[in-house]
Design a protein around this ligand. Structure first.
Ligand code: ZN
Length: 66
């Protein structure tokens, strides 16, 4: 049985000339590991890993700067 956890990955980028950032990309990944596994959730296709906060869907914000 697969882990039911998913993550919404939000990639942000800086707006040139300002100190603000905007969401440039947003996609959803599901955990590839087995149900009730230990440690962070992981998606191999996107090389993502994340810690959940108790819910089945976790929002993860990534900056593409650097
Ligand atoms: Zn998982």
């Amino acid at each position: 049985m697969a882990c039911p956890h998913r993550a919404i990955i939000i990639v942000t980028g800086d707006v040139p000339g300002t100190s603000s950032s905007i969401a440039k990309e947003r996609f959803e990944v599901s955990c590839d590991l087995e149900d009730a596994h230990g440690g962070p959730h992981r998606n191999e296709e996107h090389s993502e890993h994340w810690e959940d906060r108790g819910g089945p869907v976790t929002h993860v914000v990534r900056s593409d700067a650097g």
